[in-house]
Design a protein around this ligand. Structure first.
Ligand code: CA
Ligand code: CA
Length: 399
């Protein structure tokens, strides 16, 4: 750190101002969802060719069939409403699929007492994005992969869920075999994996999960993370759940990275079962109505971390389709560190390149003061407690 690498300083300073100007970040819907008034109406949709499918109302009229099946690669399904079925909403057995701006609701199999799964989105996808989509009132899971735990022709992997609203609550009327007031559903997301498959990955971010548990199964949870997966759960908000994170160590153990999540009105925030490995929590914010943070059954195994709690913003009154994640920078006890540049070979180290700095900034570094030649330091920052992480070179960034 003897020499300032001034090019790094300039770029870094510019990036910082952009971050500082960011408005409140939301978990939940980010725009209009569902089919329009002029939508084509069908009772089922079978997609066997690549392409864009949009503005379709798939109303199953309570038939005992899956409403949408995506069986071709390279498909976009958007601005559709999928409702009123006694089986699944969307099955995806395909690669490179995007589901966005959809409204999937009231998929109710059998009765509340004789519970059978109807999922919002299920199947065995590879490279799936689900974005700006609301799923509610399903008798199984809002999203579940893979119900048959298979690897042929490929196992499920690489799923991104963002800006979604996955919820349940008491039914406002009778629907099919369900009665008014019953609360259908198991989980917002539930994982099943072929034990011989590589670890499947899913990222769930900026998503609002509400109302799971208290219903059709015991230990009902928003997230039922189990078997051989790595789940990255970040910038999500959980409201009114029995359990927010149910993390399970059996059948290969789930790995769970939970960053900057906010939880309200939840009996148990984490239920940690069977020495579940690599549960890494950072920046957890707990708001009103929290029972216990950890329900250890019996608790975490190796690789457990819990760093840097935040304070949750006040909970808005229902109804809402999105909630602020909270300003991850505001509530933290500040700590100053120096991020500095180098010349020559050290400038090539990953922690000293602009990308490394940019990563740190995105992780929540706040600007403190600019270039200080007298101290040979490039830029000073206020580093946010709990966010001291970087792709590499954490020592450099946290002094
Ligand atoms: Ca099905
Ligand atoms: Ca389930």
């Amino acid at each position: 750190m003897n020499t300032t690498y001034s090019t790094s300083c300039l770029v870094l300073t510019a990036a910082l101002f952009a971050v500082s100007a960011t408005a409140a970040e939301y978990a939940g819907l980010a725009g209009r969802i569902g089919a329009g008034a002029n939508a084509k109406r069908v009772k089922e949709l079978r997609i066997t060719e690549s392409g864009v499918y949009e503005n379709i109302l798939v109303d199953g009229e309570w038939g005992q069939h899956d409403l949408v099946r995506i069986l071709a690669d390279d498909v976009v399904l958007r601005n559709c409403t999928i409702r009123y079925g006694q089986r699944d909403g969307i099955e995806v057995y395909a690669r490179n699929v995007r589901i966005e701006n959809c409204h999937i609701h009231h998929l109710l199999n059998q009765t509340f007492k004789e519970q059978k799964d109807s999922h919002g989105i299920t199947g065995r996808p590879l490279n799936l994005v689900v974005r700006n989509t609301e799923i509610s009132h399903v008798s199984g899971d809002a999203i579940q992969f893979d119900p048959s735990r298979k690897s042929e022709p490929y196992p499920w992997d690489k799923v991104l869920v963002e800006n979604c609203f996955l919820w349940t609550g008491p039914l406002d009327a009778d629907y099919a075999g369900f009665r008014k007031g019953e609360r259908p559903g198991e989980n917002a997301f539930d994982s099943k994996v072929d034990p011989k498959a590589p670890r499947a990955t899913i990222t769930i971010r900026n998503t609002l999960m509400k109302g799971w548990g208290h219903g059709q199964i015991g230990n009902g949870a928003a997230l039922n993370l189990k078997e051989q997966i790595h789940a990255i759960v970040e910038n999500d908000v959980f409201v009114e759940n029995d359990i927010a994170f149910r993390c399970r160590g059996t059948l290969g153990s789930a790995w769970v990275t939970a960053r900057n999540n906010t939880v309200y009105q939840t009996s148990r925030v984490f239920r940690l079962e069977h020495n579940v490995k690599n549960v890494k929590i950072s920046g957890l914010a707990l708001g009103e109505g929290i029972g216990q943070v950890f329900d250890n059954a019996p608790g975490p195994g190796e690789g457990f971390e819990d760093k840097g709690r935040r304070t949750a913003p006040p909970l808005a009154a229902w109804p809402y389709t999105g909630l602020p994640v909270g300003d991850v920078r505001a509530a933290l006890s500040a700590r100053r560190v120096v991020v500095h540049g180098h010349r020559g070979a050290r400038a090539m180290l990953p922690e000293n390149i602009i990308e490394g700095f940019r990563y740190a900034i995105e992780a929540g570094v706040a600007f403190h003061r600019p270039h200080d030649p007298a101290r040979n330091s490039c830029v000073r920052f206020t580093f946010l407690d709990g966010l001291r992480r970087a792709k590499s070179g954490e020592d450099q960034l946290t002094q």
